[in-house]
Design a protein around this ligand. Structure first.
Ligand SMILES: Nc1ncnc2c1ncn2[C@@H]1O[C@H](COP(=O)(O)OP(=O)(O)OP(=O)(O)O)[C@@H](O)[C@H]1O
Length: 335
């Protein structure tokens, strides 16, 4: 692995500082990133989450020096990537939006060898490692075929192999599990964890796959509309929402109780079903009996109650307000 920059051992591996990026100008200008700040510590695996258009790719590109920020800065090991892009790039391997970083005329094996040698690594010393990498991505059978003829999904996997073959101390992965099957996804998760745990490498990954984020990330930075709306350890993000969500079906007339349930228990998604009125309610830990009493007082008959533990996906939807409730910001998380 290439040694990180000398000096500033206290510097985080990646620092994004008050980053603003707009595309275009005048009335057609699009603000993609609107004052985002976060850091990624050395050896940390951080997930960059957010709905489509939240600004994740733009942030990663700015942190790679591929885009000039409108204002703000990005640093790798304390070095401004825009002032010294080549120097920073040497320490960051990135797979962005699929397959752009591989040579399609070369084979997977040659791509791995090429990207390793770019980093000053003698590829002869890594043959077995590259084969293991290609095998884990189910590419070994095609290791000597030109990438040009591969499907999009396979090209993506070659891009990932080439990125990892560079053995850089920092790795950016934009949607790394996209197009991977269950087995390959599982293997990739293990590989990402190993990069951090055994090799001390730093990983920033964006993903819509919450299971992957939950499985591999130490921390999640959640973006929405160009801003960071949460920056917390993954377990805290989940813990914050460790209330129980219930799906409840009742018969009878809810009347005014409906509004009371909505305000006390976040009850929503009321709908008529053949079994009765169904809705969801969020009940704090230990509050279940109070909730049932509330229903009993309304003289409705409870037909069924099913529980569902909130997971990271629920947490994420609430933070970004995509569940229809007002967004919850970092201020709430900090409480
Ligand atoms: N080159 C560009 N020119 C104009 N607008 C752009 C450009 N690239 C991105 N945008 C816009 O900037 C906003 C943020 O896009 P970005 O790709 O960074 O988001 P994202 O979080 O990565 O989304 P996704 O999950 O869909 O990849 C979006 O509104 C997008 O349409």
């Amino acid at each position: 692995m290439t040694e990180p920059f000398e000096g500033g051992r206290a510097d985080p591996a990646v620092a994004v500082r008050d980053l603003h990026k707009s595309y275009g100008s005048g009335a057609s200008a699009v603000t993609a990133v609107d004052g985002a700040s976060f850091t990624v510590g050395r050896g940390e695996v951080v997930g960059l989450l957010g709905p489509n258009g939240a600004g994740k790719t733009t942030t990663m590109k700015a942190a790679l020096g591929l885009l000039v920020p409108t204002t703000g800065s990005c640093e790798v090991f304390g070095v401004d990537v825009h002032a010294e892009t080549a120097r920073a790039y040497r320490h960051v391997g990135a797979m962005l939006e699929g397959a752009r970083n591989v040579y399609w005329r070369l084979t997977p094996r040659e791509n791995c060898a090429f990207f390793a040698s770019l980093q000053g690594i003698d590829p002869q010393t890594r043959r077995e490692e590259h084969d293991r990498l290609l095998e884990s991505l189910d590419l070994l059978d095609r290791a000597d075929d030109a990438v040009n003829d591969f499907s999009r999904g396979m090209k993506g996997k070659v891009a990932l192999a080439a990125t990892l073959a560079r053995e850089t101390p920092v790795v950016f992965l934009d949607e790394p599990t996209l197009g991977l099957d269950v087995e390959a996804t599982r293997d990739l998760r293990r590989r990402i964890r190993r990069l951090a745990d055994e090799e001390g490498r730093t990983v920033l990954l964006s993903s819509h796959d919450m299971d992957t984020v939950q499985a591999v990330c130490d921390r999640a930075v959640v973006m929405n509309e160009g801003r960071v709306v949460a920056d917390d350890p993954v377990e805290d993000l989940v813990g914050l929402f460790r209330t129980r969500e219930y799906e409840v079906t009742v018969t009878g007339t809810l009347g005014e109780t409906r509004a009371a349930l909505a305000s006390e228990f976040d009850a929503e998604r009321f709908r008529e079903t053949p079994d009765g009125i169904r809705f969801t309610a969020v009940v704090p830990e230990g509050g279940f009996y109070g909730f049932i009493d509330r229903l009993r007082a309304a003289e409705v008959e409870v037909v069924s109650v099913t529980t569902r533990d909130a997971d990271l996906e629920d947490a994420f939807l609430r933070l970004t307000g995509e569940d229809g409730r007002p967004p919850t910001g970092t201020g709430v998380l900090a409480e």
